[in-house]
Design a protein around this ligand. Structure first.
Ligand code: DX5
Ligand code: ZN
Length: 217
């Protein structure tokens, strides 16, 4: 499959959220990445339900909701009701991950698990068949605009080989420090969904930045 682009609205201009979502609607973006942070799982607070609802009101593309929160089971239903099409929870934040994944699927959402930079892909060995998506964090979660961690390529290779044999339709998403400079290498390593925050929203021509990620030279 051709890789998908999921721009992160964490890097958008919140004072002009409708304008930025409408830009994404008209662009080559496939999904809209929505980063929810609780100030506990990660050392930052981003936004919650009212903002997800506001994005949904204007979005014509699926919302790819990335929950960087502890005990996400408490809020799955409400995120689905506010408009999430896919929900990704962190491996490190779920005591009963299998139950959480089934809960996301029962809501009719695509179910994803995110791995922090220190969590090996092998931790998913007993759940890989149940997942729709795995998100490999290529920075420590909590902030946009951080430096890409090079060990990500090795993890993408590990995940690609696990998915090839056990779950060939898996979405393999990479999140953090993605831009022109590494897009080709990431796709070659197995990524098929690229999240991009600053490389899109700090560009002078944002739709062009998205197009260049979608169709790298
Ligand atoms: C980081 C978030 C990312 C972030 C990526 O915790 O999960 O989605 O918005 O931002 P960039 O692309 O700027 O690294
Ligand atoms: Zn994210």
């Amino acid at each position: 499959m051709n890789h998908l682009i999921s721009p992160s609205i964490l890097a958008s201009d919140f004072g002009n959220l409708q304008r930025d979502v409408e830009m994404l609607n008209k662009s080559e973006a496939d999904w809209i990445h929505v980063d929810v942070m609780d100030g506990l799982f990660v050392p930052n607070i981003s936004f919650g339900f009212p903002v997800v609802e506001a994005v949904k009101k204007h979005a014509k593309k699926p919302l790819d909701v990335h929950l960087m929160i502890v005990d996400p089971d408490r809020y799955l239903k409400e995120f689905q009701e506010k408009g999430a099409n896919g929900i990704t929870v962190h491996f490190e934040a779920c005591t009963h991950l299998h139950r959480t994944i089934q809960g996301i699927k029962e809501l009719g959402c695509r179910a994803g698990v995110a791995l922090n930079p220190h969590t090996p892909v092998a931790m998913l060995d007993d759940i890989i068949e149940d997942l729709d998506l795995v998100l490999i964090m290529s920075v420590n979660p909590g902030f946009g605009g951080q430096k890409f961690i090079n060990n990500t390529y090795k993890k993408l290779h590990d995940l690609k080989s696990l998915s090839s044999s056990r779950n060939p339709n898996l979405y393999i998403e990479v999140d953090g420090g993605v831009g022109d400079q590494n897009v080709k290498k990431l796709v070659d390593a197995g990524a098929n969904v690229l999240v991009a925050g600053n490389s899109v929203f700090s560009a002078a021509d944002q739709p062009l930045a998205i197009k260049n990620l979608k169709y790298p030279l």
